[in-house]
Design a protein around this ligand. Structure first.
Ligand SMILES: [Zn+2]
Length: 211
């Protein structure tokens, strides 16, 4: 497979270059990981988080899936959050969505592809919650706004989760925030949602999202 051969050749020259610049780099990172951020993003090939943030290796603990969903009934999501908070003690959690998201478009159109279609029901719940606003928008604007609202919903799913609430209760620093990546110009932007404590979150949305 030419692609694999090309990738391995690139990898070897990259490793040699890094070692030339920083001879102890791999020895240091091999000891342990100590990321500052848990990144929850979309699986889309164009939105690799290290590249977007210009971050060095080891900065992010990453969880990606179609349409950047954090679902409490998804063992994978829950295991990642638990490990990030309880073991790695990351102080930041970022949920990052993006415009032009195929998952968001598929949620709006009912792709019919199983199990993706089932997975995207979680985005449809977000759509239903904001249907009045979204139905007024043209097609592309609707998908982009839904991508933003989906990020917001996932931020809230994280904030209302026991793992994060317990961390806040014991005084652990955890900041949960939402970003959107504009695939048309390469810019990341903040969505104005950021929570550092149970009180901050409840003051904004606790009632709307409580069980
Ligand atoms: Zn996407």
């Amino acid at each position: 497979m030419p692609f694999i051969k090309k990738m391995i050749a690139y990898n070897h020259s990259w490793a040699a270059e890094v070692t030339r610049d920083k001879p102890d780099f791999f020895k240091t990172i091999a000891r342990a990981q100590s990321p500052e951020t848990l990144w929850i993003g979309c699986s889309d090939a164009r939105v690799g988080p290290d590249k977007l943030g210009g971050l060095p290796m080891g900065s992010l603990f990453v969880h990606r899936n179609v349409a950047n969903i954090f679902a409490t009934n998804d063992l994978n999501s829950m295991a990642v959050l638990e490990y990030a908070i309880d073991v790695l003690k990351v102080p930041n959690i970022i949920v990052c969505g993006h415009y032009g998201c195929g998952g968001i478009h598929a949620a709006l159109e009912h792709s019919g592809i199983q199990p993706v279609d089932l997975w995207l029901d979680q985005v449809r719940f977000v759509f239903n919650r904001h249907a009045k606003e979204l139905k007024k928008l043209p097609k592309e604007g609707r998908a982009n706004r839904l991508a933003e609202l989906n990020v917001e919903a996932q931020v809230h799913n994280i904030c209302r989760n026991t793992i994060v609430r317990e961390a806040w209760k014991r005084g652990q620093d955890v900041c949960v925030t939402g970003l959107i990546f504009d695939i048309h110009d390469g810019h990341l932007k903040q969505l104005g949602i950021e929570f550092r404590s149970q009180e901050e979150w409840e003051a904004c949305y606790g009632e709307a999202f409580s069980d």
